[in-house]
Structure formats: C-alpha cells, structure tokens
Design a protein around this ligand. Structure first.
Ligand SMILES: *Cc1c(COP(=O)(O)O)cnc(C)c1O
Length: 493
C-alpha cells in the first residue's frame, strides 16, 4: 500500500501516486491467457457438474465440523482458479440439497436451465443497467416483453404492469404494498384492517405484512375444504361479520398452488366475493401460475385474470435458476404510485417512457439484468418444450398418486391439482409422526432421491414434488423404491 501520510496536492504528486497504484489495479482486467484459463477451467467444471447430475446424490451430508472454506479467508494474495474450483466442488457443490438434480423432489424444485446460466454470464459481463429505460432501453424492453408475455398468459389487460423480482417473497411484499396504497391504508387504519387467507397461505405473506407495517392487521384464516382450498362461503361470511363489527375488510390472498400440497383456491369464486365487497384480490401463484402453459394446468387454474395482482416465480415452474420472481399488477398506475421514487442525481434517467422503468415500479434500484436469463431459454427453446415439461410434472404426480393410493400401509393426501403428492407410511406399531419423520430423514441421508416432509391436519406427511425439468418417470419410480426400502428397514428395527 502506498503511504497516505502526506496527502498529494499537486498534479505531479498525484501523477506519481496514480503511477504507484495503477499496475496493481490493472490486474483486475484479464489478459488473453488469463481469460482463456478462466473460461476453460470454469466451463470444464460446469460441464462435469451437469453431466454428473444423473448419478450425483440428491442430498450430500458431511459432519458440519469438517470444512475447509474458513481455512481460506479473504487475503491480500490471490489463489489459482483451479484450486478455487476444487474448493467449490468439495465445500459447496456436494453439500446439502442438490436442486439441479432430477432426483430432487423436495420443497418446490425448478432445476436451473443451462441457457439461463449463460444468459447470466453475459448479463454479468455487460452489466447492463436494467433499472431505467434511459440506461438500457434494450434490457428494459426485454424485461417488459417478458412481463407482457406473463400478463397475457394470466389474462391481464394491456395497461397492466409488472417487474422481475428476486423471488416470490419480494414479489408478494411488493403486491401487498401496492394493495395497501390502492386502498389507502394509513397507520391509524391498520388495527381495523382485515386480511383473508388460509392456513395454507405461504408464510412470506405474513412476513410481507409485517415488513409493510401491517403486522397488526387482523389475519382471518378462512376454512379450507378436504383439498386445502379456501371455502368461498366461509370467506363471504367472515367478510360480512367483520364489516358488521366495524372492521375494515381489505385484502384477500388466494393461492394458485399451495406450497404444501399444490391445492388451488377457487379463484373465480374468491374474485367475485372480493369484487362484491370492494376488496383487493391478490393471487400467490409463485409455485403454480406457470402451469397455465399446459392443458392440465390451465384446466385447474381458471380465474387468474380476475385478480388485482399476481405473483409468479420463474425460478420454480419455469425452471430458471434461483433469483427470479415476478409481480404483475392489473392497474399499472397503482404499481407506479406505490413504488415510484425520484432523486436529483437520477434526472437523466427519468427521460423517456417513465412507466417502462422497473426502478419506478419495484423496490429495487440497481439490480441484476434478470431479463436475459429468462428470455434466452424461452427464445432458444420456444414454448413447446416448456409446455410439455409442465404437463409431464403434473402427470408424474398423478402417476405416483395412482401407484400408491391403494397400497397397504400408505395413506395419501389430496389428489394432486398440480405436481405435489403428500403421503405417509402407516407403521404397524410405531407412532406415525415419529416414524414418518425418521423415514424422511432416512430417505434424505440415502441420497438417491430427496423428499421433504410437512404436516397436514397436524400429522406428518412426506411430499413428492415433481418440479424440475430434469425430473422424469424413472426418478418417481426410484422415489417409490427408496421409500419402500427405507420403510421396511425402519419397520424391521
Ligand atoms: C416459494 C413460494 C413463495 C416464496 O417465494 P420465494 O421465491 O421462495 O421467495 C411464496 N408463495 C408460494 C406459494 C411459494 O411456493
């Protein structure tokens, strides 16, 4: 480090000081040889990882005390790229769940398309500033083309608007902020305001309400039917009672595919009730909305167009890598009113078509150029393989359901609306909850497939979620085989 004890003042002193730091600083730009080595090493690593997915474990476990990352702290000296890839392999890419694997059937899988990865690479290198139309008209047009495409899939009109978010949680938060502004809920109104959801609503909605300063709203958990879908008559009754007792019914949150079981709320009926009482109707379609691209999904998803706002997660059922959610709001003015912002240093950026700029419709200012990771796979593949892959996921879930529904010792949850099957083993002697908890862990540690567990009506169930574009019939067959083997082993001991 050059000495900074005496602050240089004159031009020649400054020239001298700049001359001292420039050579080191120049190292951040690669020369041809360094670029070639970086490209070759990382792409070789990537290629081997993707090829290895067919046999790689869906879950990797190691004693948490055995780790090497913290033995390599950030220091002044660099390390060779080959050694860094080796650290990445042993310390990151072989531990925990493997969401890129087709055998990963836990939570909500997606996979992570290769075209998206290369799109990310290009977006990171060009570093296009996708917040403002002025800064990157092409990048912003690309993002807006994608939100328009999603809007037309959902059935929203031309003057709807939206943006690509980091995920469903932030998209839901932004929707709730838009709904709050649209209904002019001020601090003094919060304690009187009522939100309608169900026990199955994703917990990010509760979190979003708290972040948005609405944590003290009443949250009415409306009753659900046997398929865990909101019962419209119960919603209507709750709104009526709350209105009569002087409260302020405000927001209905419907799920287009719950995370637990994939159940879809009766969207049309909920929309009609919300409209009848002048409530905002938001749909959380983070898991399920993209299934509208296939006939099996479209058949169960009608009514999305009747909402005021909807969240979709391209990093779930459009198979993108993590870091891509989306919010669409039917009335573009509301979205802009809720999220617009302005500073003097942005005056150049506010020229042109203001409403087209994501920074004026979302909480983020500077952000990753997310459009490219979504546009590239959609344009390169065309929609047909996406539609087929989504049909396949629903069919796989129904196939698995039919395989196990009449099996002895198995209890199934609701018939899958989408691509999730909940089921549990009924042990001969042991406590079912303890048994299925142990069974889930045994399957996870086995590693050939990964499934997660949940509770339905308070009881522990396993979940098979077919969601990755890499998941095919042989994975589902393997999941059943591993389930049966592990259950038999646990029964024997
Ligand atoms: C995953 C999920 C979310 C949260 O989205 P993130 O992308 O994980 O932030 C919200 N709602 C539902 C229904 C989900 O499945």
């Amino acid at each position: 480090m050059p000495s900074t004890a005496v602050q240089p003042r004159t031009v020649s002193e400054l020239e001298h000081q700049i001359g001292l730091v420039e050579p080191e600083s120049l190292k951040l730009e690669l020369d041809q040889k360094e670029w070639d080595l970086l490209q070759e090493t990382t792409l070789k690593y990537a290629r081997r990882m993707v090829k290895g997915l067919a046999t790689a474990p869906a879950y990797g476990y190691r004693d948490p005390n055995e780790e090497a990352l913290s033995h390599h702290p950030i220091t002044e000296e660099g390390m060779p790229i080959g050694a860094l890839m080796e650290l990445l392999r042993t310390e990151v890419d072989t531990l925990g769940i493997n969401p890129a694997s087709g055998a990963f059937l836990g939570y909500i899988p997606g996979g992570g398309l290769s075209h998206s990865a290369f799109g990310d690479l290009l977006a990171a290198l060009s570093n296009r500033y996708a917040g403002f139309f002025f800064s990157a008209p092409g990048a912003v047009r690309m993002e807006n083309l994608l939100t328009r495409w999603m809007a037309s899939m959902v059935g929203y009109p031309e003057n709807s608007a939206g943006f690509l978010a980091s995920g469903g949680s932030i998209a839901n938060l932004s929707a709730i902020v838009a709904a709050r502004e649209a209904h002019d809920i001020r601090a003094r109104d919060v304690e009187r305001s009522v939100v309608y959801l169900t026990s199955e609503t994703h917990h990010c909605v509760d979190k979003a309400l708290r972040i948005a300063g609405l944590g003290e709203c009443h949250q009415r958990l409306v009753s659900v039917d046997a398929g865990f879908r909101m019962i419209p008559e119960a919603l209507e009754e709750a709104i009526r009672q709350d209105g009569a007792s002087g409260l302020r019914p405000w927001l209905v949150v419907g799920s287009a595919g719950t995370t637990n079981t994939g159940g879809i709320d009766p969207l049309k009926a909920l929309a009609a009730i919300a409209r009848g009482h002048d409530l905002w109707f938001h749909i959380d379609g983070a898991y399920g909305a993209f299934f509208a691209l296939c006939p099996e999904g479209r058949a169960v998803l009608s009514g999305m167009d009747l909402s005021d706002s909807i969240v979709l997660d391209p990093h779930k059922s459009l198979f993108l890598p993590y870091g891509t959610g989306a919010l669409l709001v039917k009335d573009r003015e509301i979205l802009i009113q809720a999220h617009g912002g302005m500073a003097y240093y942005m005056r150049d950026a506010l020229q042109g078509v203001i409403g087209d700029s994501p920074a004026l419709m979302s909480p983020e200012l500077t952000k990753h150029f997310r459009g490219l990771r979504m546009w590239l796979p959609l344009k390169a593949h065309g929609l047909a393989p996406f539609r087929a892959a989504l049909s396949e996921k629903i069919l796989l879930a129904r196939y698995f359901y039919e395989l196990i529904r009449d099996m002895e010792c198995i209890e199934v949850g609701p018939y899958p609306d989408l691509s999730i099957v909940a089921f549990r083993y009924l042990p001969r002697r042991a406590d079912p909850d303890a048994f299925n908890t142990a069974l889930t862990r045994a399957i996870q540690l086995d590693g050939r497939v990964f499934m997660s567990s949940t509770r339905l009506h308070g009881q522990v169930f396993l979940r098979l979620a077919a969601g990755s574009f890499r998941t095919h019939r042989h994975h589902v067959d393997l999941a059943l085989k591993v389930f049966q083997q592990k259950a038999a082993e646990l029964e024997a001991c």
